[in-house]
Design a protein around this ligand. Structure first.
Ligand code: CLF
Ligand code: SF4
Length: 456
């Protein structure tokens, strides 16, 4: 096999390894503006929604600019291990820019892993270029394997000089996606498949997608809730994002077949940092320490060791291999495996299920930060803080515990009224999950015993 990744590379890829995402960073370079298909949830004014949140379209860079940007960013962000191209359009609809960028990176910064995210229409055409550029991770966004369902998702495609619409377009796209996955998997490339979960369109069908992509040789499946671009056809037709419970249900079905990614942040085409961080590249990062290549390598080895210690703790302490029937715990973290974020600053919570013996990540819930810096934590600023708090409480309604490094009394009280206990701690996430999962499970058992005793 010519392509492919070593185990160490996978364990340093924040999207391919769940624990790695708390230690290692990715950088997207936005060199690919055009797209060759037309998804009904997309509006071309925004970044590709198949791997992004809608936002102002990322500023497009030339390959040279992208390369220089990566060099400067790696010098101030030593935990950077992966550089990806994920838009703002489709990388393979811009092959010259995409492969020139990867070539420069492969030659100039060979210690970085290269990652490509595509809709897959042109994948079979570029297998050799992908191998030659040293790209070892490829993501294909695939929302259907049935052209009838695909025809509801894709408005049209542009393929070999001709436009196709609806089911005919979907049939060509699906066959190219599966062919591309197969060809790359045969040559050792790690393929992840992203699918956008669209209630009422492909929710009941995604398990078929899982089966098909596993048979084609994919490594993992990432089922992402639909985010609709403003001005897209789906917005006009009133489509809605799925509730967290539906996403979870579909992920569970697929997880019975193959590994499922649960920590995706649907990041922008120019995102830089740990997953969840969308800070820009090196611009504006004045005064940060600059690492030489040797210092960068030392830092990476230190992070490897920290991560390895965490893996060993999980194996010996039983925080993997979850047995079920646990309590849901939301965690505010900025990475490093710690509870280290104030409730008011959190823009997302990791939601775990823990039963006191083991635990597992269920997913990531994105929110607006409660604290906007203009008012004290316990004050309403009259600009929507109460509304944001109500939305956050609603999104965490299935959780019984929230772990954070600090919180004001006002939000704490709002959570308490929703039966969510807040625990302020700066512990390791695994330690806190074990401790509070155990406490809560015991407490719940006691309560149900008391109730049984009362009934008796
Ligand atoms: Fe980027 Fe995608 Fe590579 Fe990761 S993102 S190109 S595989 S380095 Fe990751 Fe971001 Fe989810 Fe993508 S969290 S949207 S899955
Ligand atoms: Fe938009 Fe779909 Fe193209 Fe991404 S692949 S840019 S979502 S049309």
């Amino acid at each position: 096999m010519e392509g492919g990744s070593t185990l160490q590379e996978i364990q340093r890829h924040p999207c391919y390894d769940e624990l790695a995402h708390e230690y290692f960073a990715r950088m997207h370079v936005a060199v690919a503006p055009k797209c060759n298909i037309n998804c009904n949830y997309c509006n071309i004014k925004y970044d590709c929604v198949s791997e992004s949140r809608p936002g102002v379209v990322s500023q497009v860079l030339t390959p040279q600019e992208a390369y220089q940007n990566v060099r400067k960013t790696a010098a101030i962000l030593p935990r950077l291990t992966v550089v990806g191209i994920a838009g703002p359009g489709d990388p393979l609809a811009n092959p010259v820019q995409t492969f020139e960028t990867f070539r420069l990176l492969n030659q100039g910064m060979p210690d970085l892993q290269l990652c490509l995210s595509t809709n897959g229409l042109k994948l079979p055409d570029y297998v050799q270029e992908i191998i030659d550029c040293g790209i070892n991770h490829v993501t294909v966004t695939m929302n259907a394997v049935d052209p009838v369902i695909g025809g509801k998702i894709y408005h049209s495609i542009y393929y070999r000089g001709k436009a196709y619409r609806g089911e005919e377009a979907a049939a060509i796209l699906i066959s190219k996606q599966l062919e591309g996955i197969k060809l790359l998997a045969e040559r050792g490339i790690k393929i992840k498949v992203n699918s956008v979960l669209i209630p009422g369109v492909n929710a009941g069908h995604l398990v078929e997608v899982t089966r098909a992509v596993q048979a084609a040789g994919a490594f993992s499946h990432n089922i992402m809730p639909l985010i609709i671009s403003p001005g897209s056809r789906f917005e006009r037709d009133g489509h809605q994002a799925p509730a967290p419970e539906l996403t979870l249900k579909i992920q569970e079905q697929s997880a019975a077949i193959m590994p499922v990614m649960r920590h995706c942040r649907q990041c922008r085409a120019d995102a830089v940092g740990l997953l969840g961080e969308d800070r820009g590249g090196c611009e504006g990062q004045v005064g940060l320490p600059v690492y030489s290549q040797e210092e960068r390598e030392v830092e990476l080895l230190r992070l490897d060791a920290e991560l390895q210690a965490r893996r060993s703790h999980r194996q010996s302490g039983g925080t993997s291999g979850f047995g079920g029937n646990g309590v849901r715990i939301a965690v505010a973290t900025r990475g490093g495996g710690k509870v280290n974020l104030h409730f008011g600053h959190a823009k997302e919570f990791l939601v775990y299920e823990a039963d006191g013996v083991s635990s597992r990540l269920l997913g990531v819930r994105k929110i607006q930060a409660y604290c906007n810096g203009t008012a004290e934590c316990d004050e309403d600023d009259g600009k929507g803080k109460s509304f944001i708090l109500a939305e956050t409480v609603d999104l965490l309604r299935d959780c019984r515990i929230l772990l954070c490094s600090g919180i004001g009394t006002f939000p704490q009280e709002a959570l308490r009224k929703a039966d969510i206990m807040t625990i302020v701690t700066k512990d390791d996430i695994d330690t806190a999950l074990g401790q509070y999962g155990r406490f809560f499970t015991y407490f719940t058992d006691e309560t149900s015993n008391i109730n049984k005793r009362k009934e008796g």
